[in-house]
Design a protein around this ligand. Structure first.
Ligand SMILES: [Mn+2]
Length: 226
């Protein structure tokens, strides 16, 4: 993690435009967040939205959508406990003020899940996470059209994302990842609509041609093995 922080410092030194870092927990884990914060400050960096890995089990393996660990199929309390336990020990250390939530649930074939019920369960789980977010924080909801499920990902587009944040409350905003839309979708219009609704929370700058293109080789290997 410290090495990646140094990389971020170099990019910021060259560009002058990237003063904050979004940790992705638990991938960016460290046993010493105070030291991490100290190193970041020395490098002229700060921390912004924390990404949570709600799609991994305790062993760090990605959950297939049919897993019992799915956040839309198991009791809703699990999602709340999961996110809060990852959130609270670190917020004081990083001074982050936002949590990004992406729930990697869906179905690869018709009939695998109930399209209406899974969204209702998602909202129940997200509400518990939302309740654990401090009042001066933002909860950013990210949508992905085909990850992990190609037939029906639960939060698949900006409309569903907007429905979710409007249901959750004023601390919730939509996060637009440029890499997670269908080819030729006019993302500028999506951004305009979210601004109109007052719910544009931020961006992930992936390439619109290919989902996540910010994965380093280590993560790509990890995904390939899981
Ligand atoms: Mn993203």
């Amino acid at each position: 993690m410290f090495e990646r922080l140094e990389d971020c410092a170099v990019i910021h030194a060259l560009s002058g435009a990237t003063p904050t870092v979004s940790l992705h927990l638990p991938w960016d884990r460290t046993d010493d967040f105070a030291a991490l914060k100290e190193r970041a400050t020395a490098a002229g960096l700060d921390f912004d939205a924390v990404n949570s890995n709600t799609f991994q089990d305790q062993q760090g393996q990605a959950n297939p959508t049919s897993s019992g660990a799915s956040r839309t199929r198991t009791p809703r309390a699990r999602a709340g406990r999961c996110a809060q336990s990852r959130l609270h020990p670190r917020r004081e250390d990083t001074r982050s003020k936002a949590l990004t939530l992406w729930i990697g649930d869906g179905a690869n074939f018709p009939g695998q899940h109930n399209l209406a019920r899974v969204f209702e369960r998602y909202l129940e789980s997200a509400a518990e996470i939302y309740a654990g977010v401090p009042d001066d924080w933002r909860l950013l909801i990210e949508h992905k059209m085909y990850e992990p499920a190609f037939y029906a990902t639960v939060i698949q587009d900006w409309g569903t994302s907007l429905l979710a944040v409007q249901t959750l409350g004023p601390k919730a905003f939509c996060l637009v990842d440029l890499g997670h839309h269908a080819p030729n979708v006019n993302i500028e219009m999506i951004v305009a609509r979210l601004i109109h609704a007052g719910r544009l929370g931020g961006f992930h700058f992936n390439d619109s041609k290919y989902g996540d293109d910010d994965l380093d080789s280590d993560r790509s290997i990890r995904f390939a093995c899981s």
